[in-house]
Design a protein around this ligand. Structure first.
Ligand code: IPE
Ligand code: MG
Length: 218
């Protein structure tokens, strides 16, 4: 969800205003995803690299995550969404982690749409953490294959990613779901995240549907 800062800057607003608007577009998007029959959606909210931002912005974002959890989780629960946290638990403020875990507990029985919140998430960190846990379990090297490895990722049931939507025109992966995007299609748009609409989301899905996916075949 990139481009919040630039959205604010263009309006002479503080960056926090861009992050707020970035949250405001979530509900209509999740509704559109549900209507379109999307089963899994991952929102990249905060990366392991985002800690490098000024302390005041990190604090603002953490506060916004808490506030958003309080406001949106009951709403999402009513819509039948199942929320899951994706990321490194260590390093997150206790209250943010608690809110995420509470949201997971509350929505665990839902099945209309799986929403993964990638927070304190890094694709490399996820792979390293998986390798560590495998080593700690004493898995013998000859037992390691792709399927086994995938079972040690943060959320083993995250399916392979079909489509990555990248806003604000950036042409890079930025450490997002490195393992799971091996064969993902990309939709890149100049639109800044706070301007990303359900109409454009549908446009991205149409673009995806029109592609032929060969996955290394012919
Ligand atoms: C949001 O956009 C990303 C978050 C970490 C929440 P940015 O804050 O990266 O916006 P730009 O790139 O400065 O426009
Ligand atoms: Mg950015």
């Amino acid at each position: 969800m990139d481009g919040n800062g630039r959205w604010a800057q263009r309006r002479w607003l503080p960056r926090a205003a861009g992050h707020r608007q970035g949250v405001a577009v979530l509900t209509p998007l999740l509704e559109a995803a549900g209507r379109a029959g999307v089963k899994t959606l991952t929102l990249y909210a905060f990366s392991t690299e985002n800690w490098e931002r000024p302390e005041s912005e990190v604090k603002t974002l953490m506060r916004l995550f808490l506030e958003t959890a309080r406001k949106k989780v009951p709403e999402l629960n009513e819509r039948g969404a199942r929320l899951r946290f994706l990321g490194r638990r260590e390093g997150l403020p206790g209250r943010v982690l608690e809110a995420l875990e509470e949201a997971e507990r509350l929505t665990a029985g839902n099945d209309s749409l799986d929403v993964y919140i990638a927070l304190n998430y890094g694709g490399r960190a996820e792979i390293v953490d998986a390798a560590r846990r495998m080593a700690a379990d004493g898995v013998p090297p000859e037992d390691i294959d792709e399927e086994k490895f995938a079972r040690y990722l943060y959320a083993p049931d995250v399916p392979e990613v079909d489509l990555v939507i990248r806003t604000s025109g950036e042409l890079r992966v930025s450490n997002f779901l490195l393992w799971q995007i091996a064969y993902a299609e990309f939709y890149v748009t100049e639109t800044l995240w706070p301007d990303f609409s359900p109409e454009e989301f549908m446009q991205a899905l149409r673009s995806f549907a029109a592609r032929s996916r060969r996955r290394g075949g012919v």
